[in-house]
Write a protein that binds this ligand. Structure first.
Ligand code: RUB
Length: 322
């Protein structure tokens, strides 16, 4: 798919979920690179075009760190002095993109294996939003014969919860669909909460769909373990150097039709898409490298991401980071 189409679909959420956004961005860059390399474009021009495309993709949704990480990993090395032709740059980029996409799919399989071990016979699992990583753990536990049921939230205003219950129900997992405001009411029946994540900061805070932090609070009150699952490329290197994660605020029309909102003269409709769950509410973060306590987020950033994707250098050189 073209960069423009991919960017549009990410913006309007036809492509959504942090992992899928990341893989689609890598795929679009690889297609674009192959296209312009085939036209024998001079290296300088090729690089300018690739960075422009990268910026377009990075600018689509601000919160999921998987997006800039995927873009940076895909472009890694194409500007280096050892690359002297467009063909070399393109073949490096193709390798980066296919490695990233392959590793990202593999990561989900590993997370599913590890995450499934936390789900026991007789458990009641609560989940929020529509996370491929979280769902994979439940599907794997079900596949392995564990008998458990799920409470899945509706997820206002975009109703991603429907996608979750449809997948779980199709797989034959007993699922209860609840409105977001019923979380505390049902928490006493729940033995484990599993959610995905869009970003993890250096202090182990987790950014995920709006409402996640309220669920974490309820889980802590009820002493229910709260587990977050996410690939390592959802950890945010820029937070080591004081960078912040922007919380996307989406259009008010997702909450109320514009004509109806227009009647409310003194009302501002607020629509944040994500919130921050502090590390102390999170029992484990399960990555493809294994389960870690949130306090170990720095190690993941340093050992599995950090310098590799060049964000630290970008910060050192005084350029802005995304
Ligand atoms: C999706 C969301 C998901 C994470 C993780 O929000 O909050 O929990 O992105 O998903 P949105 P995954 O619908 O606004 O994109 O595990 O699939 O990467």
């Amino acid at each position: 798919m073209s960069v423009a189409d991919t960017a549009e679909k990410i913006k309007n959420m036809e492509i959504r979920g942090a992992g899928k956004i990341a893989r689609s961005a890598a795929g679009a860059l690889s297609e674009y690179s192959a296209g312009i390399a085939a036209k024998n474009m001079p290296l300088k021009e090729y690089l300018q075009n690739m960075h422009k495309a990268a910026d377009i993709l990075k600018g689509t949704r601000p919160t999921a760190v998987s997006l800039p990480n995927a873009v940076n990993i895909t472009l890694r090395g194409i500007d280096s002095a050892t690359i002297t032709s467009t063909a070399d740059a393109d073949s490096l980029l193709q390798r980066n993109a296919s490695e990233f996409i392959g590793n990202s799919k593999l990561a989900i399989q590993n997370i599913a294996e590890i995450g499934a071990r936390y789900i026991k016979d007789g458990d009641t699992v609560m989940t929020h939003c529509n996370s491929n990583a979280a769902i994979s753990c439940m599907l794997k536990a079900h596949e392995q014969g564990r008998d458990f049921e799920v409470f899945a939230t509706e997820v206002r205003p975009r109703n991603q919860g429907y996608l979750t219950i449809k997948t779980l129900s199709d797989a034959g997992i007993k699922t209860n669909f609840i409105v977001d405001s019923a979380v505390r009411y049902f928490m006493k029946k729940v033995s484990l909460v599993i959610t995905g994540c869009d970003a993890v900061t250096v202090n182990g805070a987790v950014i995920n769909k709006i409402g996640t932090s309220q669920i974490a609070l309820c889980a802590q009150e009820a002493r229910v373990p709260f587990i977050v699952v996410g690939e390592t490329y959802k950890f945010a290197p820029k937070t080591v150097m004081g960078g912040h994660i922007d919380i996307e605020e989406r259009d008010a029309s997702e909450i109320m039709p514009a004509e109806k909102a227009a009647l409310l003269k003194n009302v501002t409709i607020r629509n944040p898409a994500f919130d921050v769950t502090p590390a102390e509410y999170v029992d484990y973060i399960i990555t493809e490298k294994g389960a870690i306590p949130p306090a170990m987020a720095y190690l993941i950033i340093r050992e599995h991401l950090g310098w590799e994707i060049g964000e630290f250098d970008t910060i050192r050189n005084g350029k802005s980071v995304s």
